[in-house]
Design a protein around this ligand. Structure first.
Ligand code: ZN
Ligand code: ZN
Length: 615
């Protein structure tokens, strides 16, 4: 009956569903590693297992525990977890109630929001070197951080046979499951960056963890393929990681801010030379920090971004000292808090309208609807949401607004052409004199010929502004025709390099975490209320794909419909809409509703969630 499962070595099996669950069987008893699939319990029962004695977790991702409740019906299994992640199993509310994991996220993304909803009682927390025996098998714990900080692997041995359950360190030879979980602070060449700036920051940790595994063992990852030849699989991963990193570093905007950090990448292949820079022209004032002003002939001005109260004070002072006659509007380059935290206050104090791209406006107007990195809880009323390419006259300028999916998908560009003098492009944080800003996967930078930064670069090349401005760079700059070529070629090569490493139909599924997300992410409700919840899918695949989605509700809550199957158009957003009735006796507090998701025939488990603040 055990032939329902795939044999790894005699006595050890995997169940291949939403994840690769490991099963060790002794008579009618079993030990399970990462029980991600809700159907696993019944399959074990049918295979003759009557008692699951231990359940081991390699790391704390929520969907790896989707099958745990069902296993509990097969006996009171002891749950074993990595000691470093114990709190995330036993007290997940501490994560959900922490504002630092929700707002202005630069680092609070790690440990990661695909976190358990209900507490999971832990029988044993284990760490490096712990060993025990189960039915003749020797189990040894190896600390293998990388996919998550506290992850462990389990080496299981008997009579010369050995298997390592290695979590999500590797997916298949030369592949990892995604890049967005590998975004992490790290140090290179003596320069340290935080999580936000650490693209593939977990790469070295992952490789070091993999190199610690006994190479005669068979590797069983939490997702992907059983790996019979670990050495070759890890070597290929190492080689591909380094090729991707060189490609990334060669045109990174971050080289402008932290040149030392990339010193080891320099000299490998095409490396974008630093581009020509210019002192600021008299009609562009760097007010303070990320706050800038575009000044007209009559000294009226347009503010570009307002970060904090200090920056607003600096802008006000320019009026008091007569350098500026007054402000006619505030343009927002993108939704990151360091560009708009005080915009609402500035609009009131300076009595001027707020303008920005219409794609970004909903994020600014109701931030609780979204879960995005660097998001501010301070809502901003956008008085004039601009259409892509919308042009208008303001004083001695012709201004054109653009949707400019550069550093983030929710980003604008402003092209200002004065009647006389150089043409200017306010590019937000999208580019610097050393290249493009895509060091944070959480920002949703898409790869593809006419999306993301490739789209932005083509637009800039066509507009050919005399000077480009980045809100963090205190000079103007421009890209040479060769620079555009290098950056676009590098991006095209990158798409192929990423695709080879990521097990998705398009690499954007493995870099854009929010290709599927709930909306609104967070809302308020009273017990007994009916609320509307959407699950939005952006299908990065070149063809139509089917999605299947179901909310996982606590007792007493109901959903209409209970399950939705929907076709998702290629390269477009589709949404599944649910009406959810909150139980009349739902206790006040934070209700986290996970959604079970399947896409393109792939079961992703409880991959996303929405939050309801019940009062
Ligand atoms: Zn930014
Ligand atoms: Zn910024």
């Amino acid at each position: 009956m055990l032939d329902t499962f795939e044999t790894v070595v005699p006595g050890i099996f995997v169940d291949r569903a939403s994840c690769l669950a490991g099963i060790i069987v002794a008579g009618d008893r079993a030990l399970v590693v990462n029980p991600g699939d809700p159907g696993l319990g019944s399959r074990l029962w049918e295979a003759g297992v009557r008692q699951v004695e231990q359940v081991l977790f390699t790391h704390h991702r929520r969907e790896l525990a989707d099958g745990l409740d069902e296993l509990r019906e097969l006996g009171a299994a002891e749950v074993v977890v990595p000691a470093a992640e114990r709190e995330l199993f036993e007290h997940p509310a501490a994560y959900w109630d922490n504002a630092n994991t929700r707002w202005r996220l630069l680092c609070g993304h790690v440990p990661y929001h695909v976190t358990h909803v209900d507490p999971i009682p832990v029988a044993r927390a284990v760490a490096e070197g712990d060993t025990w025996e189960w039915c003749g098998w020797k189990i040894t714990v190896l600390a293998t951080p990388g996919y998550t900080d506290g992850a462990v692997s389990y080496l299981v041995e008997e009579n010369g046979q050995s298997v390592v359950f290695c979590g999500d360190l590797i997916y298949a030879p030369g592949m990892v499951r995604d890049f967005y979980c590998l975004q992490h602070g790290n140090e290179q060449n003596g320069h340290r960056v935080g999580d936000y700036h650490g693209f593939l920051g977990s790469m070295e940790t992952i490789l070091a963890s993999l190199r610690r595994l006994p190479l005669q063992a068979v590797l069983v990852p939490a997702h992907g393929e059983v790996i019979a030849e670990p050495q070759a699989a890890i070597d290929l991963l190492d080689e591909r990681f380094r090729a991707v990193y060189r490609n990334y570093g060669s045109i990174s905007a971050l080289r402008w801010y932290f040149p030392a950090y990339f010193a080891h990448v320099q000299g490998h292949g095409e490396f974008l030379p630093e581009q020509e820079t210019f002192p600021l022209p008299p009609n562009v004032i760097h007010v303070s920090c990320t706050t800038w002003a575009l000044v007209a002939e009559n000294r009226r001005a347009l503010l570009v971004d307002v970060f904090g109260p200090k920056d607003l004070a600096a802008a006000t002072k320019l009026v008091e000292t007569g350098q500026i006659a007054g402000y006619d509007g505030i343009w927002i380059t993108h939704y990151h808090y360091d560009h708009m935290d005080t915009v609402a206050e500035a609009a009131r104090v300076l009595d001027c309208p707020v303008l920005t791209d219409q794609v970004m406006a909903p994020v600014l107007e109701c931030p609780t609807d979204w879960f995005l990195t660097c998001l501010s809880p301070n809502a901003v009323q956008v008085d004039h949401p601009t259409a892509d390419g919308e042009t208008w006259r303001w004083e001695n300028y012709t201004l054109t607004a653009f949707h400019f999916p550069g550093q983030t998908l929710y980003h604008s560009g402003l092209f200002a052409v004065p009647d006389e003098g150089p043409s200017l492009f306010f590019a937000g944080d999208a580019v610097t004199p050393t290249g493009i800003d895509d060091y944070c996967t959480w920002n949703r930078n898409w790869l593809g010929e006419d999306v993301g930064l490739a789209y932005c670069l083509k637009l800039l090349r066509e507009l050919d502004p005399d000077m480009i401005f980045n809100q963090h760079v205190e000079v103007g700059f421009r890209f040479s025709p060769e620079a555009y070529e290098i950056m676009l070629d590098t991006l095209a090569e990158r798409e192929e390099l990423f695709a080879a490493m990521l097990p998705w139909e398009h690499s954007n599924f493995g870099t854009d975490e929010y290709w599927v997300h709930t909306w609104p992410y967070e809302q308020q409700a009273v017990a007994g209320d009916e609320i509307r919840l959407e699950v939005r899918f952006f299908n990065h695949a070149p063809e139509m794909r089917d999605a299947w989605v179901a909310p996982l509700l606590p007792e007493g809550c109901e959903s209409e419909p209970e399950v939705l199957r929907l076709p998702c158009r290629a390269r477009a957003e589709s949404m599944a809409v649910f009406t959810i009735r909150i139980a009349p006796d739902q206790p006040p507090g934070r209700l986290v509703i996970p959604f079970h998701i399947e896409f393109g025939g792939q079961d992703l488990g409880s991959f996303r969630e929405a939050v309801v603040a019940v009062s």
